[in-house]
Design a protein around this ligand. Structure first.
Ligand code: ADP
Ligand code: MG
Length: 729
């Protein structure tokens, strides 16, 4: 057999786990390829060091002169580690990271000795020729200049022999062209808004940091098998393939013993992460066969986002050494679970308090409830925007399909906190009597157990669940840049906290209320107003869809409809008010995402058409010819009786013909729809056409192909099968 499938199967038969050298203890090597505090102290002058610390801790600008000193120190550090090149490392709206390497090496103009050079200006700013990054019309090609600017809050790191400097990417007129810029602005907003609210409770709080702990799910597939499938190579997922007889129904993969090849891969990856200062901690098998998960200790959100973007790249690179391909796609295989990226989010003060962690005293619990209820309120007000923030062609296979979590955004808080909110809802209006206050403190606020963490039931079907000391945004897609979701969560909560502060201050100033009374009064109203967003039941059930519609919650099952909330007046006002993005930037992003959606479906349509016609149909015909020969032979032997003797074969020949016809007709019809879609004027119309007119053909074409897979002789089937992709360890 000469097909790729059989070559691949032969190749993997001899695969052995790749040995991994155990590095020093994790704690000793952690961050050794990062220009972290320790290396900064060693390589920077005290002034330069202080400037970086001030930038990180207080957002202070770094003086241009000091940047020269910082770059010198950074260069010395990098050279001492064998680095030859440097790059600004950024996150354009393509969804991957971008880099353009420049050598430190330079010759002098006067022809004297060549030197290693890296000055302040190279550290602070670079001008990649950025005209081919998505910009949604912000820069027309005549003025295609964009520039990258150093983000000192995320430390430079070395990967391979390159010094990578995390940067933002903006147009010459200042509009954000990346994921990081709006995230940094949203983080500044939440810092300001949350700090103000914290000061009701503790005047010592000067800064609030958003924290993020992501959990990354992924599939590991042998590289030879993955490469034998054009759909995996070109779209990251299988567009056809009959489900394997055994899938995940026995639940024998989840938390099972990790296969040696995969374990060695993980150890190798963890070593790289340690060097890069990514604090990975957890690894385990996920539900689907060959599906795994990786999670770090949580970090400041901007750093955590960078680390997640970086790790998605590193995962792929390390996989090459182990003859694996990492599939980060949300739904690589039909019939088994897809992958997500849970975003665990919380807020921490510079005094060391987790604002979403219940405290020990009634007062600290009132602070907890304030942040807890304001978050719920923010989600309630902006549920459509949250849905929009996780909308992509690939995530549509999870949200809105028969899989976790639903396209309806709701909040799960667990039984205990539900009871606490019920208690607060009955607080009387206006001033609270001393009796009521004592009662509240003792019986409602005081009763929030600090062991909540262990008691929270884990509702796995909720898209946004409170899990004891943080909210877990579970609907984020596994390929997503977390910045998108994190910008939205932090922005909506920032806005909500600002509004809350205004309301409380007004009650204090106008009604002469005491601070606590005012807070209780505002929270009570919020609890009443936001009930619709709280849901404790099964998020996958049909009853919930009906119930959610009654409650007025949105249920956008596809990206083109979901994305609209990104450019609603409410959203544009919110982002402009907080100075996160202006309407030009928001509209540009909306357009880019619609275009990306249409292109993804377009590519999938082309690949599916190609595989169906050029792999499946010819193979089916070959097998059909074998059957025809067989029937002819039967006729020779049995004469007229061959119709009885060969009944099954004849039926099969017909069945194959029907599927072949089905494929040809549907592929042609799909191609026609693609042509029509391509002629549409706006990105919006095009995305809708791809969604409603082109995509529906995928299932029908696939069905015919998958039926043929069951009929055709396994020996001649050219496409690697699900059981091979999923069960080769
Ligand atoms: P699981 O949700 O799988 O049961 P955990 O609750 O232990 O696991 O934690 C999951 C993720 O939540 C981890 O990545 C962890 O770092 C993160 N996490 C824990 N506390 C916080 C916090 N205060 N802020 C943000 N992320 C957190
Ligand atoms: Mg979790």
């Amino acid at each position: 057999m000469s097909t790729l499938r059989f070559q691949a199967l032969k190749e993997i038969a001899g695969r052995k786990p790749v040995e991994v050298e155990e590095l020093d203890r994790k704690s000793t090597i952690f961050g050794s390829n990062v220009f972290n505090d320790k290396s900064m102290r060693q390589f920077l002058t005290p002034e330069a060091y202080k400037a970086v610390r001030n930038a990180v801790q207080h957002g202070k600008k770094i003086d241009r002169k000091l940047a020269d000193y910082i770059s010198m120190g950074m260069k010395e550090w990098a050279l001492s580690k064998g680095v030859t090149h440097y790059t600004h490392w950024f996150q354009p709206l393509t969804g991957t990271t971008a880099e353009k390497h420049d050598a430190f090496f330079e010759t002098m103009p006067d022809g004297s000795e060549p030197v290693e050079k890296f000055g302040g200006s190279q550290l602070v700013q670079q001008e990649p020729d950025a005209s081919s990054f998505p910009n949604g019309g912000i820069r027309n090609t005549f003025e295609a200049r964009g520039y990258t600017a150093w983000d000192p809050t995320s430390p430079a790191f070395i990967f391979g022999t390159t010094l990578c400097i995390p940067t933002v990417f903006v147009s010459y007129t200042g509009e954000a062209l990346d994921y990081k810029t709006p995230l940094l602005r949203a983080l500044a907003s939440i810092d300001e808004a949350a700090t103000d609210v914290c000061r009701y409770f503790d005047k010592n709080v000067k800064k609030v940091t958003a924290t993020l702990g992501w959990e990354q799910e992924y599939f590991l597939i042998d590289v030879a098998l993955a490469n034998s499938r054009p759909d995996i190579t070109l779209t990251g997922r299988t567009l056809l393939g009959h489900t394997s007889a055994k899938g995940q129904q026995l639940d024998d993969h989840y938390f099972g013993s990790i296969p040696t090849r995969a374990l060695n891969y993980m150890r190798d990856l963890e070593n790289e992460c340690m060097l890069l200062g990514i604090p990975v901690k957890t690894r385990h098998n996920e539900v689907a066969p060959n599906q795994f998960e990786l999670a770090p200790i949580f970090e400041e959100a901007n750093l955590a986002v960078d680390h997640n973007s970086l790790i998605m790249d590193v995962m792929q690179k390390v996989a090459e050494r182990h003859y694996f391909k990492v599939l980060l796609h949300e739904k690589p295989f039909k019939g088994v679970n897809g992958s997500g990226k849970h975003n665990n989010w919380s807020l921490a003060t510079d005094t060391g308090i987790n604002l979403l962690g219940p405290g020990k005293t009634p007062m600290s619990n009132l602070q907890f409830l304030t942040f807890f209820i304001n978050t719920i309120k923010a989600v309630h007000t902006n549920e459509e925007l949250m849905r929009a923030g996780i909308a992509t062609a690939s995530n549509d296979h999870r949200l809105g399909a028969n899989e976790a979590p639903p396209a309806i955004i709701s909040v799960f808080i667990g039984e205990q906190l539900t009871r606490v909110l019920e208690g607060l809802e009955n607080v009387s209006s206006g001033k609270l009597s001393p009796q009521e206050k004592t009662d509240l403190k003792l019986n409602v606020v005081g009763k929030i157990p600090d062991v909540l963490l262990d008691n929270t039931d884990r509702n796995r079907t909720s898209p946004f669940a409170f899990t004891g000391n943080k909210f877990e945004f579970r609907a984020v897609g596994s390929t997503a840049n977390c910045a998108n979701a994190m910008t939205i969560v932090n922005a909506i909560v920032a806005k909500q906290l600002k509004d809350f502060k205004k309301e409380v201050d007004a009650l204090i100033a106008d009604k002469g209320m005491k601070k606590d009374d005012a807070i209780f009064n505002v929270l009570r109203e919020y609890i009443k107003e936001t009930k619709a967003i709280l849901f404790e039941g099964d998020g996958y059930s049909e009853e919930w869809e009906v119930e959610a519609a009654k409650r007025g919650l949105s249920n956008h099952k596809t990206t083109p409809t979901a994305l609209k909330a990104k450019v609603s007046k409410k959203t544009l006002d919110l982002f402009e008010e907080l100075n996160i993005m202006n309407h030009i930037e928001m509209e540009a992003r909306y357009e880019i995402e619609l275009e990306e959606y249409a292109k993804k479906i377009q590519i999938e349509g082309r690949v599916l058409g190609d595989i169906a016609r050029n792999h499946v149909v010819p193979t089916a015909i070959r097998y059909q010819n074998i059957l025809i020969e067989n029937v002819k032979g039967l006729k020779e032997i049995f004469g007229k009786d061959h119709e009885t003797v060969g009944r099954q074969q004849i039926a099969l020949i017909k069945e194959i013909s029907e599927h072949i016809a089905g494929i040809n007709i549907k592929v042609e019809a799909m191609t026609e729809e693609r042509k029509k879609a391509n002629e549409l004027e706006t990105a919006d119309e095009m995305a809708v056409a791809y969604c409603d007119k082109v995509k529906p053909y995928f299932d029908t074409i696939r069905n015919h192909c998958d039926k043929l897979e069951l009929l055709v002789d396994d020996e001649i089937w050219t496409l690697t099968k699900y059981r091979e992709l999923l069960f080769t360890k």
